[in-house]
Each structure stands twice: as structure tokens, then as C-alpha cells.
Design a protein around this ligand. Structure first.
Ligand SMILES: Nc1ncnc2c1ncn2[C@@H]1O[C@H](COP(=O)(O)OP(=O)(O)OP(=O)(O)O)[C@@H](O)[C@H]1O
Ligand SMILES: [Mg+2]
Length: 359
């Protein structure tokens, strides 16, 4: 194709009929938006059906037609792109960017947070980081849980970072991402008995004294809660935004709201809510079983006026992968959970949420 324009793409999409009909998908009205970026084209769809077969048929057809006509760009077909309402104009006294030094070479920084512990932040951080890297982005992953690091276990890293000539700590590279965690530096049995000021110092060093190089996005796995560590971390660097992880139970949802409120106070974008452990798939019937009730995360997102980014199923392979040091997105990219993680990664990219340049 000579020139990639919205009209040219629409013309291509008119070749695709809606399954079972003579009408094409454009006249059917399911193509909600077309977004053209330097390296990718995103087609956003809005279906009036729940028929999964029809949906995947349409997505597959779009993927095929556009990839063959426009081979030099990545094609993303997405249902429901998140849109952001800004957290409000910054007050001069609380400009979120004031007093925060960017990390040179790092274009955007996102935090993965939760009000409640154990809901799957580290699982989401690791898998999302790998999924973003698989989309071609240069990704860093920082485990900011100084007291209870877990990234080293989940990523299967058993080596110590080296020091560069410039006396910087070199991140460990695996699964195409660069990582740093207190777990790389401590012996297995060392108790972490540091107090507040030292924790602050450690985080400061992880941000400033690590040779992160050029990154599109640094993903920061936050410790659980909305306490001092989280606050001081968020105040130290110009964050692009945060993702709140929750599980469907009401207790977790209440804490997720609290997490969002913390970001609001700090004038930080909430990119949206990820609901983890939403359902499991009944192996015999293939049905989704929502043991904790369906739609809690989505309702909380709606109530808070922030996007709902997606549901991650409960899969034994996620826990096994976490323990064995190979996250599911790397180990079994076809699993329902991996597909869900990849969809969230694509939504973040396609919505342009990772593009804010620090500084
Ligand atoms: N969708 C899932 N299916 C199955 N197991 C999961 C899923 N998500 C997380 N787990 C498992 O639940 C446990 C807790 O997850 P994880 O460590 O990611 O939570 P966390 O929010 O980071 O916890 P913490 O608050 O302690 O930092 C881990 O053993 C993980 O493997
Ligand atoms: Mg964790």
C-alpha cells in the first residue's frame, strides 16, 4: 500500500464480510476506530454479539487482510480500547512532575499496584512485562518490594548483577527484559531488617544507580498497600500511570478503590483495573466458571471512572510457572491467561498510554 490512511484501511476492511451475512464489517458498524501509529495499526471493534466464534473469525480475517497488505506494520485488532479521563489539571502546588527527576533513557514508567496483598501484582507485572516485550517494546522491570521481593523467583534468576565501569548496577536480562530486584542482591536467608530511610535509599538506588539503558517502559512492581514506600516511590519519579490489580472479592475491590484514591491524590493516571483470578475454565465443558461472582472489577472501574483492562483466569500453570521461574506468557503463550495478558499489553500500547515521555 502506498499511503496508509484511515480511508485506505477502511477500503481493505470492506472486503471482509460479517460471518453469515453478505454485508461487510464496515457497513455492519462494528469497526469503532482505526488508529495509525508509526509501527502499528490498531482496529478497534465493538460487537453486538457474544458469539465468540464470529468474533474470532472477524478478528482473524482483519489480521490476515491487513498483514498481507501492510506487512511493515504490526496489526492489532482489539475490542474495547481504554480511554482515559485525566485525573484533573494539576494544581501548581501539586504538579505531579514537579521535583521528580526523570530517569535518562527511560521513556515511560508504569506502576503495578494493589491495595491488598497477594492478589497477583507480581504475576501481572512479570507477565505484562514479557507481553509488552513480545510486542517489540524495550522493557525494564523493577521489583520495588524491598522486604518481600519475588521477581527473582518468578523470573527464575539465580545470579547476581554485575557492576559496570561507570559503577552502575547492571540489570539482569531474561525473557527480553531488563530486571532489578532486591532478591538478586540478598542471600536466600538474609533477613531484611532495614528501616524506612534505608528502604527509601534502596529504591532511590534502584531508580538512579541501575544502568537501565534505553527503555520504552519501566514496569514497577509495587509492594502491597498504600503506605509510605508506595508514596515515596511515586513521588521520586515522574510516573506515566498506574495499573491497579484486584481479585473479584469485595474486600479486594474496596482496597482497589483505596489504591485508586491514592493515585488521584498524587495526581497520577490510573490506567485501569486488571481483575486477576476472575474465573477458571471447566476442562470438560470449556465453560468459564466465575467462582467469586462476575463483573466486580469492571463495576469498580466504572464507578471510579477508569478503564477496565481485562480479566485473568485462575490457571494452575500460572502458580507453577511463578514457582518454576518461567512466567506463563513465556511458557505457554496460547493459554487463556497468556492471551488475556497479551490483550492487556496491546490495549495499553494501542491506547497510547505508554507514550508519555518522562521529563
Ligand atoms: N491467575 C492466577 N492463577 C493461579 N495462580 C495465581 C494467579 N495469580 C496469582 N497466582 C498465584 O498467587 C500467588 C500470589 O500472587 P503474586 O505473588 O503475584 O501476588 P502479589 O500481589 O504480588 O503478592 P504480594 O502482595 O505478596 O506482593 C502466587 O503464588 C501466584 O503464583
Ligand atoms: Mg508481589
Amino acid at each position: 500500500m502506498n499511503q496508509v490512511t484511515e480511508d485506505a484501511i477502511k477500503t481493505l476492511l470492506q472486503q471482509i464480510n460479517y460471518p453469515g451475512y453478505d454485508d461487510n464489517i464496515i457497513s455492519f458498524g462494528i469497526v469503532k476506530s482505526i488508529k495509525i501509529q508509526e509501527k502499528r495499526i490498531t482496529v478497534e471493534l465493538k460487537f453486538n454479539t457474544d458469539d465468540q466464534d464470529k468474533k474470532s473469525q472477524v478478528k482473524k480475517n482483519i489480521q490476515e487482510v491487513l498483514s498481507s497488505e501492510i506487512p511493515d506494520r504490526k496489526i492489532m485488532v482489539i475490542e474495547g480500547l481504554p480511554t482515559l479521563t485525566p485525573p484533573g489539571p494539576p494544581q501548581p502546588s501539586q504538579d505531579p512532575w514537579a521535583g521528580r527527576a526523570p530517569i535518562p533513557g527511560v521513556k515511560s514508567i508504569i506502576a503495578v499496584a494493589s491495595g491488598k496483598g497477594g492478589v497477583g501484582k507480581s504475576t501481572v507485572s512479570t507477565n505484562l512485562a514479557i507481553a509488552l516485550a513480545q510486542e517489540g517494546l524495550k522493557i525494564g522491570l523493577l521489583d520495588s518490594d524491598i522486604y518481600g521481593p519475588s521477581i527473582h523467583i518468578m523470573m527464575g534468576v539465580d545470579e547476581r548483577p554485575r557492576i559496570s565501569e561507570a559503577q552502575k548496577l547492571l540489570p539482569i536480562e531474561k525473557f527480553e527484559i531488563k530486571m532489578m530486584s532486591m532478591g538478586f542482591l540478598l542471600d536466600k536467608d538474609t533477613p531484611v531488617i532495614w528501616r524506612g530511610p534505608l528502604v527509601n535509599k534502596a529504591i532511590e538506588q534502584f531508580l538512579r544507580d541501575v544502568d537501565w539503558g534505553e527503555l520504552d517502559t519501566l514496569v514497577i512492581d509495587l509492594p502491597p498497600g498504600t503506605g509510605d514506600v508506595q508514596l515515596s516511590l511515586i513521588q521520586k519519579v515522574p510516573m506515566t500511570g498506574a495499573i491497579v490489580v484486584t481479585t473479584p472479592q469485595e474486600v479486594a475491590l474496596v482496597d482497589a478503590r483505596r489504591g485508586h484514591q491514592m493515585f488521584q491524590k498524587l495526581n497520577l493516571h490510573s490506567f485501569g483495573i486488571v481483575e486477576n483470578m476472575s474465573y477458571y475454565i471447566n476442562n470438560a465443558s470449556g465453560e468459564k466458571v466465575y467462582i467469586f461472582g462476575q463483573g466486580g472489577g469492571a463495576r469498580a472501574a466504572e464507578e471510579l471512572g477508569i478503564p477496565f483492562l481485562g480479566e485473568i483466569p485462575i490457571e494452575p500453570e500460572i502458580a507453577e510457572g511463578g514457582d518454576a521461574g518461567v512466567p506463563i506468557v513465556a511458557k505457554n503463550p496460547e493459554s487463556a491467561a497468556s492471551v488475556a495478558f497479551k490483550e492487556i499489553a496491546r490495549k495499553l500500547i494501542a491506547a497510547g498510554l505508554l507514550e508519555r515521555v518522562a521529563g
